[in-house]
Ligand binder design. Structure first.
Ligand SMILES: NC(=O)c1ccc[n+]([C@@H]2O[C@H](COP(=O)([O-])OP(=O)(O)OC[C@H]3O[C@@H](n4cnc5c(N)ncnc54)[C@H](OP(=O)(O)O)[C@@H]3O)[C@@H](O)[C@H]2O)c1
Length: 241
């Protein structure tokens, strides 16, 4: 689980562990938060949880992470590419550094993790990849076009990989709308949350747990005939916002 230290990733880790899975919790900067999450997870039915750090903007750190995972577990049932970076970057004053970080973390990191995970997933009876995209990747997001473009690309790569890697590996995406995590502290401040909720057909922003349910479903045998799917979990906002 990339970006397992907090937010959506942490909720997914908790739910996977509750379902009996051993979870490899990846973190970027928050090692202590990730360590404490791992200590609190339900014990796996077999094996042990892991806690692995890597800056996903750095290819050598991704390689080191997977070498450790390979050494500890040898195989993997599911890779969740969840870690992400959301920063305002209007096109008229495009910040090159933020553009580069968005590309490296949100997109290149997904490609590198996906490629490196393949030999581990091939050892599983139902190996699968779940990429976290966004409503932004479907309808765009004003002032956040680098982010929206990275998420649109994740949708395209999910569909591409799903047929390329079939029948051995399923590949799906969960596309959240607004979710109650640290990523949204600023837009939710000063009445922002209420204004946003007024635009969502189901009337509220998602909790991280709302997203985790869909991720664990797609990873499970219940979804064994689902591949190439972009599962919208946004209270209907992709249709109206
Ligand atoms: N929140 C929303 O409304 C929303 C909506 C649509 C889609 N999404 C997507 O859902 C995913 C999770 O979002 P969230 O809301 O849970 O975000 P969040 O609370 O901001 O957490 C981001 C996670 O990504 C990790 N991360 C960020 N940059 C990294 C880097 N360079 N290297 C390694 N790890 C890095 C962080 O690790 P550390 O904390 O350890 O550094 C953290 O675990 C993202 O892909 C996001 O784009 C979120």
């Amino acid at each position: 689980m990339t970006g397992g230290s907090r937010g959506i990733g942490a909720a997914c880790c908790r739910l996977f562990a509750r379902a009996g899975a051993a979870v490899a919790v990846h973190y970027g900067r928050r090692r202590e938060t990730a360590d404490s999450l791992v200590r609190d997870l339900d014990r796996p039915a077999a094996g042990e949880h892991l806690c692995l750090g890597a800056d996903l903007a750095a290819a050598d750190e991704i390689e080191a992470l997977f070498e450790r995972l390979e050494g500890e577990w040898g195989s993997l049932d599911c890779l969740v590419n969840n870690a992400g970076f959301w920063v305002r970057n209007p096109i008229a004053e495009l910040d090159d550094e933020a553009l580069e970080s968005t590309w490296r973390i949100n997109l290149r990191g997904v490609f590198l993790c996906g490629r490196r995970a393949l030999p581990l997933l091939e050892g599983s009876a139902d190996g699968n990849i779940i990429n976290i995209s966004s409503t932004a990747g479907q309808r765009g997001e004003a002032f956040y076009s680098p982010y929206a473009a990275s998420k649109g690309a994740i949708i395209a790569l999910t569909k591409s990989w799903s047929t390329e890697l079939a029948p051995a590996i399923r590949v799906n995406s969960v596309a959240p709308g607004w979710v109650d995590t640290e990523m949204c502290i600023e837009p939710f401040a000063d009445g922002g949350r209420e204004a946003i909720e007024a635009t969502i057909p189901l009337g509220r922003v998602a909790s991280a747990e709302d997203i985790a349910g869909s991720v664990v479903f797609l990873a499970s045998p219940l979804a064994r005939h689902i591949t190439g799917e972009i599962l919208n979990v946004n209270g209907g906002s992709v249709l109206t916002g």
